[in-house]
Ligand binder design. Structure first.
Ligand code: 9WN
Length: 445
């Protein structure tokens, strides 16, 4: 591996975010995703806060301004200037059918992992005190409402494990984790209303994107949510994709902890988010740990069974230090094994962390979330490993991501064997990951 010029990476990353800044927020990408995305907005704020905290605050404010009055923070806030460029767009979602959606802006009717409180905490820490306070006083109640929505509307079993009801809500759209639960939808009995994908034949080869068969299921879910006017209990009665995801919930634990410390900073009572964090940690450990396989799994609520897949997502509970020392060591050994590119298998024969075990049948090095290395998962896992004391492994994962970016540019994802860039490029979220990483640690590579 050539020497890493970290100053140059930082400069390039800032330039990408600046070039995608459209006045109020970062455009997720020029062609493929020309709107504001919920969890990307959080990651952008983490990156922006390292050099333009004013923009980090604006990014989060723009997203939270599109919050629904039941607390939902949308996966997409549509920009009317790019109407027709993304599918499913504002018309297909038609958020106006919900009594809860905002009237000044159009959004999708699903969510993404709740990273925003974590981003708000970093933004506050990197802002001047006066601006931080003004920002936080306005955004704190919205963040609290957002978490409350998850516990009230998304947890009908009252287990403190909010569900996702669409694979896009995980952020890891077509991970094999969702395949069994998507099978609950019997396509032979459904006429999906006609649609035309907008992600194909663009700047990304079609084989790197999810299949048409997956899209039929994704769009069927969207159409059903709209038909039931985004009423959560009607959706629960009439659809059958409901999954408790360890990654989503580990992020929620971390976000609750961030919210609790923001509450203290403001002089508010931190006990609600603290309690949520404790109860969700406990629920992940009790319900989602598969003792036989020694790993965390997703839970399919409809089939009432665990979905046991060897994906990067199964290591997520590192993130919130949910594991015991013994479980942590078992998970570490698995994460540092040949299926996920161990530390001693170097240089450049593989790159960590593949999003799916490379020795599994369903592994695909080039297809989206079915194998490639992504910044989001690298960032989350390395943070979790650091928190659990696995510093060398965390640094190896961070170094791999920085080296991939250094060698191939700021791509959306990368082939874990060849290392080559995949998806769209430049990808501003990868730039944000790099900036936050460089601001968080001192590296001597
Ligand atoms: C659907 C914006 C988003 C990311 C997701 C990533 C991809 C969208 C799509 O792009 O998903 O949300 O159309 O494929 O999977 O993680 O937030 O960058």
């Amino acid at each position: 591996m050539g020497k890493l010029n970290l100053d140059s990476l930082k400069y390039q990353a800032e330039e990408i975010l600046d070039n995608h800044w459209i006045g109020e927020h970062v455009k997720a990408t020029d062609q493929l995703y020309p709107h504001q995305w919920g969890w990307d907005a959080g990651w952008f704020a983490m990156g922006l806060s390292t050099y333009r905290p004013d923009r980090a605050r604006a990014e989060l404010n723009h997203l939270m301004d599109a919050q629904w009055d039941n607390g939902l923070v949308p996966q997409i806030v549509f920009n009317p200037n790019y109407k027709g460029e993304y599918f499913p767009g504002a018309d297909r979602w038609d958020s106006t059918v919900s009594q809860h959606s905002p009237s000044h802006v159009r959004t999708s009717g699903i969510i993404q992992p709740p990273v925003q409180a974590i981003a708000a905490k970093k933004t506050v820490e990197r802002s001047d005190e006066k601006e931080a306070r003004e920002f936080l006083e306005a955004i704190y109640p919205k963040l609290l409402r957002w978490h409350e929505y998850l516990y009230v509307e998304r947890d009908p079993l009252q287990e403190y494990l909010p569900y996702i009801r669409h694979p896009w809500e995980s952020g890891l759209d077509n991970s094999p984790d969702w395949d069994p639960a998507l099978e609950n939808i019997d396509l032979s009995k459904i006429d999906v209303e006609p649609y035309q994908r907008k992600d194909l034949n663009k700047d990304v080869p079609n084989e790197q994107r999810p299949s048409d068969e997956k899209y039929d299921r994704y769009i069927h879910l969207v159409d059903t949510f709209r038909r039931y006017q985004y009423d959560e209990s009607a959706i629960y009665d009439h659809t059958n994709f409901f999954v408790q995801d360890p990654l989503f919930n580990a992020i929620l634990v971390k976000a609750n902890q961030a919210l609790a410390s923001l509450a203290k900073w403001l002089g508010e009572d931190p006990r609600r988010p603290e309690r949520w964090a404790e109860l969700t940690s406990l629920a992940i450990r009790t319900k989602l740990w598969n003792n036989e396989k020694s790993r965390f799994v997703c839970w399919d609520i409809v089939a009432n069974r665990g979905i046991d897949k060897p994906s990067a997502l199964s290591f997520a509970p590192f993130l919130a230090e949910i594991v015991t020392k013994v479980e942590a060591q078992t998970m570490y050994e698995s994460l540092n094994s040949v299926g996920y590119c161990p530390m001693d298998q170097r240089e450049e024969t593989c790159w960590s962390v593949p999003t799916y075990n490379m020795h599994s049948e369903e592994f695909d090095p080039d297809n989206y979330w079915r194998g490639p290395v992504w910044g989001y998962t690298n960032r989350l896992l390395s943070q979790g490993l650091r928190d659990c004391g696995y510093i060398d492994k965390a640094r190896a994962i961070e170094k791999d991501f920085l080296a991939l970016v250094n060698k191939y540019g700021f791509s959306e994802y990368y082939d874990p064997i060849e290392g080559c860039p995949l998806g769209t490029s430049p990808f501003p979220t990868s730039a944000a990951h790099v900036l936050d990483l460089l601001a968080s640690h001192d590296y001597q590579f």
